[in-house]
Design a protein around this ligand. Structure first.
Ligand code: ADP
Ligand code: 5GP
Length: 227
């Protein structure tokens, strides 16, 4: 049976970096390449990071009911084609979706067994630094992404796991562990105790305390002397 993993994160948290890493080390995992109407950036290639299509092309796909889910993000359409799930099921593989909060909610309602993972930056300052360091967006776009992040982060409670992407190598290990332990649980194969402990540590109910300072860093500072 195909397990669907959903990964969401505020833009700049390091989601693409993590996804690219785990795709190389977790066997039996397909990646759903989304369709989008946004411009391609940097070294992105059509068919690798995304299928870049025009708005009329995307709307024709909506009309043909070709999407498992789709949403408008930062003024552009993004969508997951149904065929990726069909193909993964036919080939006995698991499927990884890198989608936003709106898409994650649509998938969870259609596929309640999907495993959802929310990636967070260690704090707002780090997120801003990563967005600027990527140097692919203008200041205006970065401001929009930061403001959106503040709203998106509030959705963390809708996810099964929360992964704080601080040290990259640690985060890759944790993401890998979530994918493998969930797979072991579904196939009834024996679990690796060390990996299970790592996975438990980022289950929603176990991270609430740890998240408070991160969430607070996204709230506007109170003016000195203010109430
Ligand atoms: P997203 O896909 O979430 O928008 P990216 O994967 O493009 O984010 O990462 C944003 C930037 O942060 C990139 O320049 C990436 O190299 C860097 N980055 C990702 N994870 C880490 C990390 N753990 N530590 C430091 N830099 C990171
Ligand atoms: P970016 O433009 O930075 O690549 O992606 C912007 C946002 O769109 C990210 O939050 C990403 O997860 C989301 N996204 C990418 N593909 C899809 C998709 O197919 N569906 C939905 N709903 N969101 C997507």
């Amino acid at each position: 049976m195909t397990t669907v993993y959903i990964i969401s994160a505020p833009s700049g948290s390091g989601k693409s970096t993590l996804v690219n890493e785990v795709r190389q080390i977790v066997p039996g995992l397909d990646f759903s390449v989304s369709y989008t109407t946004r411009e391609h950036r940097g070294s992105e290639q059509n068919g690798r990071e995304y299928y870049f299509v025009s708005r009329p092309e995307f709307e024709a796909m909506i009309a043909e009911d070709e999407f498992l889910e789709y949403a408008s993000v930062f003024g552009n359409y993004y969508g997951t084609a149904r065929r990726f799930l069909r193909e993964a099921e036919q080939n006995g593989r698991d499927l990884l979706l890198d989608i936003d909060v709106q898409g994650a909610a649509q998938i969870k309602s259609k596929l309640p067994g999907a495993v959802s993972i929310f990636i967070l930056p260690p704090d707002r300052k780090t997120l801003e630094k990563r967005l600027r360091g990527r140097s692919s967006d203008s200041d205006r776009v970065i401001e929009t992404r930061l403001a959106t992040a503040t709203r998106e982060i509030e959705n963390y409670e809708k996810y099964d796991y929360i992964l704080v992407n601080d040290r990259l190598e640690e985060s890759v290990e944790t993401l890998k562990a979530i994918l493998l332990v969930e797979r072991q649980q579904r196939t009834g194969s024996s679990e690796d105790a060390a990996m299970s402990a790592r996975v438990e540590s980022c289950r929603l109910r176990n991270v609430r305390q740890q998240l408070q300072p991160i969430l607070a860093s996204f709230q506007p500072a109170t003016a000195p002397g203010g109430r």
